[in-house]
Design a protein around this ligand. Structure first.
Ligand SMILES: NC(=O)c1ccc[n+]([C@@H]2O[C@H](COP(=O)([O-])OP(=O)(O)OC[C@H]3O[C@@H](n4cnc5c(N)ncnc54)[C@H](OP(=O)(O)O)[C@@H]3O)[C@@H](O)[C@H]2O)c1
Length: 348
């Protein structure tokens, strides 16, 4: 039934999440944004930073702008092993390139730390399953940092889907293409470049979250020109998924330029159309086929919204949980299974 108004997000106040002492593993683009968001919008503490180079870790620590009054100054370590060995660290955030997520999440879990690892959790479903098994064996929390699903916007979408407000949902459309400068890691094959692991996670995760795992996966793609990517990573990929119950998702991801980055969930009674970029904080419109319209808006704060995932991890770890119901490990593995099939379809 179409609602008269949209539900409120049930997302708890991030400031209320129990403060944990975070160790940040890797000091690149996302690590800086994660730390800044966490320090500005939660009571979480950046307690230690690990880098391949001590000077880089020190410079990252020096640039932190956060609450004072920690029990000690944030520690800077010149190796990831030293970071995960710090007994004061409650949880490790892994922010290295894709091909190192498995190794570094494993390093932290083996050191007895709960882990939040950037997406994708591994390079294939087997790596994700192995990490999930290790975390389960040790009774440790493990979560893929798919920040989208922790945004208040997505809790409103979650409630609309659960209540049946859209009717029967059989279609998901999602697109994510961005422009990258020539020195970006996404253009390097040795860093597992190409759009799929980076941007493609979002459309595939949206489709599998809404429709479930597909029975059929089709994909076509092109290879980046040598002047853009000397190691010739994939340039763009179009994916079609079909589920056993008749759901279809049409997805696209590209590193060749900025696309509309929009998405839609189409139901028999109503269509939910996300503003682009659909995976970031922002708005959406819910419209019925006969013209009734509801609008959701939240501040478009971009990556300053990374703190929602950190607050969720802090709540779960403090409660003794080993995963988050907002991004269960089974869903991470399901997304990765689809990405494995896409990779097989594109194999050159
Ligand atoms: N949630 C999001 O919106 C979002 C956005 C961007 C990226 N990400 C994810 O975050 C991960 C990191 O992306 P990023 O854009 O932050 O990358 P980046 O700027 O290149 O940073 C990666 C960091 O990993 C460390 N590293 C370890 N081994 C490396 C190697 N062989 N080559 C390069 N760096 C190495 C480096 O830190 P040290 O030098 O300190 O060791 C480097 O600064 C990716 O997996 C990506 O999918 C997520």
């Amino acid at each position: 039934m179409f609602p008269s108004s949209l539900p409120e997000p049930r997302t708890p106040d991030p400031m209320a999440a129990p403060p944990l002492r975070w160790g940040i593993l890797g000091t690149g683009w996302i690590a800086a944004r994660f730390a800044a968001s966490l320090l500005a919008h939660t009571r979480q503490q950046v307690y230690a930073v690990g880098s391949r180079s001590l000077a880089t870790a020190e410079s990252f620590v020096g640039a932190l702008e956060g609450p004072v009054g920690l029990e000690r100054e944030p520690a800077a370590y010149g190796s990831y092993a030293a970071l995960v060995a710090d007994p004061a660290v409650d949880v490790v955030y892994v922010a290295t390139p894709h091909h190192l997520h498995h190794e570094h999440a494993r390093l932290a879990l083996e050191a007895g730390k709960p882990v939040v690892v950037e997406k994708p959790m591994g390079l294939d479903a087997d790596q994700c399953r192995e990490l999930a098994g290790l975390a389960a064996d040790r009774g440790l929390f493990l979560m893929e940092a798919l920040w989208t699903l922790f945004l208040p916007k997505f809790d409103v979408v979650r409630q609309l889907l659960e209540s049946g407000a859209l009717g029967t949902v059989r279609t998901v459309l999602a697109d994510l293409g961005e422009h990258f400068e020539p020195d970006h890691r996404i253009l390097r094959a040795d860093l597992s470049g190409g759009p799929m692991y980076d941007l493609g996670t979002y459309p595939v995760a949206l489709a599998t979250w809404v429709l479930g795992e597909p029975a059929e996966v089709a994909a076509v793609g092109t290879v980046a020109p040598a002047d853009l990517s000397p190691s010739r990573v994939d340039a763009q990929t179009a994916i079609v998924l079909r589920t056993a119950s008749g759901g279809v998702a049409a997805l696209h991801t590209s590193l060749l330029g900025t696309s509309p980055t929009a998405a839609a969930i189409v139901g028999s009674q109503a269509t939910l159309t996300f503003d682009g970029p659909f995976y970031q904080p922002g708005g959406f419109t819910l419209a019925t086929h006969d013209g009734r319209v509801l609008r959701y808006d939240e501040p478009r704060i971009g990556h300053a919204g990374l703190h929602w995932e950190a607050a969720e991890a802090a709540r779960r770890i403090s409660a003794g949980d080993t995963e988050s119901p907002l991004r269960p490990l089974a869903d991470t593995i399901a997304t990765m299974r689809v990405m494995d099939l896409v990779a097989a379809r594109l194999a050159r």
